[in-house]
Design a protein around this ligand. Structure first.
Ligand code: MEV
Length: 323
């Protein structure tokens, strides 16, 4: 096969961010907005990337030098994914990779991890390698870790497996949860989260106040485990309450922001069962859980507070070969 088209979903962290980097569980859902990657085999020994959404046009590099020198930000994840794949499964020839996204890379839906997973899945397809999901996870997570320095891999797992997952760092546990469509409302702050900066600040806090931060993480782990049970039961009111507790701990950890807080307060005052930030904090999106008859009022409240409502549905299919 010379050409393959693959897509993978974006994600939303539901509960357990930050704590998951320190060995606790989290719950993540894959959303119905996808990244699309087409890979074509070429006779050359180069990688060519076209990714107009992140300002990459006609970027070309020899396969031997992948991962070295100056790499533009928009090409980084694709280049590392190709490099890791070729290092593990030596292949003849080069590839042309085209990436397009249904969502902006600015909102924290995990476009980098999803494109990394797509690239590895598409390479396996064109080179006829039958890789297990675990093997794809290992290469993709390694690529993401080399670029970002730290991260639990929950976003890689969501792109790969899809659905709603109970996840422990590094893929030690990846448990699909049988949940019906999650009644989520999503509000975007308009601010890009500085994930590595926030991870650094939290790591510093862990060094300075290990007992306090450990206590917070243990409490988050407990509420994530409770939420897992309640989600399976469909008790969204209780899951909302647990989201509120999770937000209290994240605020204590210092990763919330004024904008996030104002969207969260707006959603709660308009009748949400619960609301919290989603992801690293500092920006990106907040999420709320809401009964159908409250959804409209909550969406208006988020917009009046300066947020942008994004309509998504949860538990979407993981990476798939589309053509
Ligand atoms: C960032 O979206 C979520 C964090 O938990 C980091 C990670 O799990 O890789 C803060």
């Amino acid at each position: 096969m010379n050409i393959s088209t693959v897509s993978a979903p974006g994600k939303l962290m539901l509960l357990g961010e930050h704590a998951v980097v320190y060995g606790r569980p989290c719950i993540v859902t894959a959303i119905d907005q996808r990244i699309h990657v087409e890979i074509e085999r070429t006779e050359n020994t180069t990688l060519v990337i076209e990714a107009p959404d992140v300002d990459i046009a006609g970027y070309e590099k020899s396969i031997e030098t992948l991962g070295s020198g100056n790499i533009p930000k928009g090409a980084m994840f694709v280049e590392y994914a190709v490099q890791k794949f070729y290092a593990k499964y030596p292949c003849v020839g080069g590839v042309r990779v085209s990436v397009s996204s249904a969502f902006s890379s600015q909102i924290g839906f995990g476009s980098s991890s999803a494109s990394t997973v797509c690239v590895i899945r598409a390479l396996a397809e064109i080179y006829g390698k039958k890789l297990l999901a675990k093997q794809i996870f290992a290469i993709a997570h390694q690529a993401v870790l080399e670029i970002q320095g730290s991260g639990s891999g929950f976003d890689v797992a969501a792109a790969l497996y899809g659905g709603t997952l109970y996840f422990v760092a590094g893929g030690k546990t990846v448990e699909p949860l049988k949940v019906s469509n999650i009644p989520l409302v999503v509000g975007y702050t308009g601010v890009k989260a500085d994930t590595s900066g926030l991870l650094g600040e939290v790591a510093k806090k862990m060094k300075e106040q290990p007992e306090k931060v450990t206590r917070i993480y243990d409490a988050i782990a407990k509420l994530v485990n409770d939420a897992k049970t309640k989600m399976i039961e469909g008790d969204w009111e209780r899951v909302g309450k647990l989201m509120d507790f999770n937000q209290d701990y994240l605020r204590d950890l210092g990763v919330s922001s004024q904008k996030l807080e104002s969207l969260i307060v707006a959603a709660k005052q308009a009748g949400a069962w619960g609301a919290k930030l989603s992801g690293a904090g500092g920006g990106d999106c907040m999420i709320a859980l809401a009964a159908d008859d409250k959804r409209k009022a909550i969406e208006s409240a988020i917009e009046s507070a300066g947020g942008q409502v994004i309509h998504i549905s949860s538990s979407s299919q993981g990476v798939r070969v589309d053509a």
